[in-house]
Design a protein around this ligand. Structure first.
Ligand SMILES: [Zn+2]
Length: 227
């Protein structure tokens, strides 16, 4: 607040509570100086409902004590803290590669919020759910787009084989364990590695399943459909 605004605020306080009025001119001047010093960073009005005169009115209405400058400065500090707590430094319209200008712009935004000139910018909430294309994919049980699945197929041979089997209507061999290599359900068939230097008992995954496993899966499915 500038001296004129502080003087107006003091006059308002004296009007509501005559004990705040100073008959002595020297004392009145000293009080104005005190208030100007203590309230120089406090705006008269600011965003989100800050109004210094409303703070004065509330104080006089609710407490029996004569008002002092701190009774206005303290609520402003709390209001300012609340504003800054909700500010999330939105990206300014400045080239992010221009480091100096970018930081300057961020600082300006914060100062504007801290002095009550601009409302804080909170992070927007996701309220509409995922985009329609993503929602359709999730609904179809696929997290990945078809093109990505295709691209990844050669890096995920086991999964690709299962999907191909499902698409062709063949039984899913990996749904059952393998009696040949004892691979548990869900895991690919395996064979001992014979590579030189490999540790004894080391296994590697086979790209294909043992024929007995395919038969077992087919038999299981026949039983299921007969039941
Ligand atoms: Zn096997």
């Amino acid at each position: 607040m500038n001296p004129a605004e502080v003087a107006a605020l003091l006059a308002y306080a004296a009007e509501l509570d005559p004990r705040n009025a100073n008959a002595d001119e020297d004392e009145a001047r000293a009080q104005l100086r005190r208030w100007c010093e203590l309230l120089q960073d406090v705006p008269a009005v600011a965003v989100e409902g800050w109004d210094a005169s409303a703070v004065v009115r509330r104080h006089i209405a609710e407490t029996p004590w004569p008002i002092i400058a701190a009774d206005v400065a303290r609520p402003w500090a709390a209001h300012r803290r609340a504003l800054l707590a909700r500010h999330t430094d939105p990206r300014p319209a400045v080239d992010p590669d221009d480091d100096r200008a970018y930081r300057h712009a961020i600082r300006e935004q914060r100062v504007a919020v801290a002095t009550g000139q601009a409302a804080p910018t909170s992070t927007r909430q996701l309220t509409g759910g995922p985009a329609a294309s993503v929602a359709a994919r999730i609904g179809a049980g696929r997290a990945l787009p078809a093109a990505a699945v295709e691209q990844l197929a050669r890096y995920r041979p086991v999964r690709a084989a299962r999907e191909a089997a499902a698409a062709a209507g063949r039984p899913d061999a990996l749904a059952v364990s393998c009696d040949w290599c004892h691979a548990p359900a869900g895991e690919p068939c395996r064979r001992r590695t014979l590579a030189p230097g490999a540790q004894a008992g080391t296994w590697s995954r086979r790209r294909t399943v043992h024929p007995t496993r395919t038969d077992k899966a087919a038999a299981g499915r026949r039983q299921e459909s007969a039941a």
